[in-house]
Design a protein around this ligand. Structure first.
Ligand code: XMP
Length: 517
């Protein structure tokens, strides 16, 4: 394992992903972890990330110098670089001169371990205040910028390397190459980590954890729960039962996708609960968005609990007890909740929506070391259908929060048709991977006058809401090609009864949210 020491900025996760892109397994540890504990993990190399602090700030995070003396190869980036420099006797000046953004870097030792085979002039991403003016003894300076005399250094004998910039950021044109040079040449690690290894390793771990007992898993139709379930099924077969609650608010074909395609691809034992009647009854007469969300959440928990109790009861009579709950928790959740200690209970409540307190499940979380793109690769490896593996995000409350106004069966049917057309055309235009998601919203309480054939119509508008985003926290509206928009509009107004207008939402987030409710 390569450890990425997190100094508290957003960079550690990105570095960990880049290391894995180089096919070397990596894990993030907080900089507050004692060095002895880091070394006890027997790391093949250690990377020190950037961070928001100046090494001269009073509360600046530090590291025991033992980390540089253990014989483990270390690569410091930005703050990690400055920490390495000051700890080992180099000079970092508190100049106050900031260097920020794309910066030209001059490589003075083109044959060095990190820079070999890269251009003498390259563009790098800088973000720092202090500047290193002298490398520690035994180090060779390998690059500089106009502002920083020592922008990179290395000590091959002790296998210590550092750069002032951020090689993990794409703006650093040769960043990935330099990272790989550290891993392969500096640390001598072979690029052998693949999702095939992950699958094999996880299957062994799950078997060990669950033994002959039983597990259940809630499927939402989303990528994470589907991949987690498929992996556990591969490990323990029919000891796993999945529960899928059909709340009647899914899009066209999605329930069938889980019921047929997912089961066909995995052979999983699936209990489908058709609860659409119950959800529609509970939603009758309600048009307030928050109230809708609350009702859907509440009903979901009830139905799920009931299904779960049935499975547990059956198992109690017929065989091994159900002791495990499978969840699709991902690595970013684990890192963000403090490394995964003490989070199990909160997560189970949060993810499945409130387990009964007397049911003490142990969690099986086979994806807790993976990033989203790796989860998709594992899904592919397990033979899951493309439509599931590359599914765009879809909110838990489903189409219930895409009908502005009361949710009725007729309105759901109408929106399902319009949404299916939009999705079909976006897929046909090859835009699925370009846009983050494209909600289609029915303005059920709005009507406008139109003309179709020879007659007047008085129908509803639907809104297209295509957005681009990295993480859904912020988003911009997607500039879809006009001809694609035209096809979607023509088809929806022709094919969906009672819809006579298609409008485009051109609001970013903020100020708008992605969904309308
Ligand atoms: P907003 O509308 O807040 O949405 O900009 C951000 C992202 O979250 C999704 N979303 C949900 N996902 N349960 C979910 O699982 C929900 O209640 C929910 N509400 C919004 C939304 O589709 C977008 O990707």
């Amino acid at each position: 394992v390569v450890l990425v020491v997190d100094f508290g900025a957003q960079y550690a996760q990105l570095i960990a992903r880049r290391v894995r892109e180089a096919r070397v397994y990596s894990e993030i540890v907080p900089s507050t972890m004692p060095v002895a504990e880091m070394l006890a993990k027997n790391p093949a190399a250690i990377i020190l990330s950037g961070g928001p602090s100046s090494v001269y700030a009073e509360s600046a995070p530090t590291l025991d110098r033992a980390i540089f003396e253990a014989g483990v190869p270390v690569f410091g980036m930005c703050y990690g670089f400055q920490l390495m420099a000051t700890t080992l006797g180099g000079t970092v000046d508190n100049t106050g001169a900031r260097e920020y953004g794309r910066t030209p870097l001059s490589v003075s030792k083109p044959g060095s371990t990190l820079f070999e085979g890269t251009p003498a002039e390259q563009s790098v991403w800088m973000s720092h205040g202090d500047a290193c003016s002298a490398a520690p003894e035994g180090f060779t300076v390998t690059a500089s910028t106009d502002v920083v005399p020592v922008a990179a250094f290395e000590n091959d004998a002790q296998r210590l390397y550092g750069v002032q910039y951020h090689p993990e950021v794409l703006h650093s044109t040769h960043g990935q190459q330099i990272l790989e040079h550290f891993l392969y040449r500096g640390a001598g690690i072979a690029p052998s980590w693949t999702t095939t290894n992950v699958v094999e390793e996880q299957i062994a771990l799950i078997r060990e954890q669950v033994g002959t007992r039983r597990a259940i898993c809630g499927l939402s139709g989303g990528v994470d729960s589907a991949v987690a379930a498929a992996l556990v099924q591969r490990a323990i077969g029919d000891q796993l039962t999945c529960v899928y609650v059909d709340h009647g608010l899914m899009r066209k074909g999605e329930t069938e996708q889980v019921e047929k395609d997912f089961v066909a691809a995995t052979g999983v034992q699936l209990k489908v609960v058709d609860a659409s009647e119950r959800f529609l009854d509970a939603l009758a007469g309600v048009s307030d968005p928050e109230e809708k969300r609350k009702i859907i959440g509440r009903e979901f928990i009830r139905v799920f609990e009931q299904a779960q109790a049935e499975i547990v009861a059956e198992a109690g009579v017929t065989g091994e007890p159900v002791e495990f709950l499978v969840q699709g928790t991902l690595y970013p959740d684990v890192v963000e909740s403090g490394g995964g200690t003490g989070t199990a209970n909160i997560k189970s409540h949060h993810n499945v929506g409130g387990l009964p307190e007397d049911l003490q499940f142990q969690l099986v979380e086979p994806l807790r070391k993976l990033f989203k793109d790796e989860v998709r690769m594992v899904g592919q490896e397990l033979g899951l259908p493309e439509e599931i593996v590359h599914r765009q995000p879809f909110p838990g409350p489903g189409l219930g929060i895409r009908i502005v106004g009361e949710v009725t069966r007729e309105r759901l049917d109408l929106l399902r048709e319009a949404d299916a057309i939009a999705r079909e055309e976006l897929t046909a235009a090859g835009l699925d991977r370009e846009i983050w998601q494209c909600p289609v919203v029915l303005l059920a309480d709005v009507r406008s006058v139109g003309v179709q054939g020879d007659g007047r119509t008085y129908g509803h508008p639907v809104v297209l809401r295509p957005v681009s985003s990295e993480d859904a926290m912020t988003a911009d509206w997607s500039r879809l090609p006009y001809d694609v928009l035209a096809r979607i509009s023509t088809r929806i107004t022709n094919e969906v009864k009672d819809v006579n207008r298609v409008v485009l939402d051109v609001t970013s987030k903020p100020p708008g949210t992605i969904e309308w409710e």
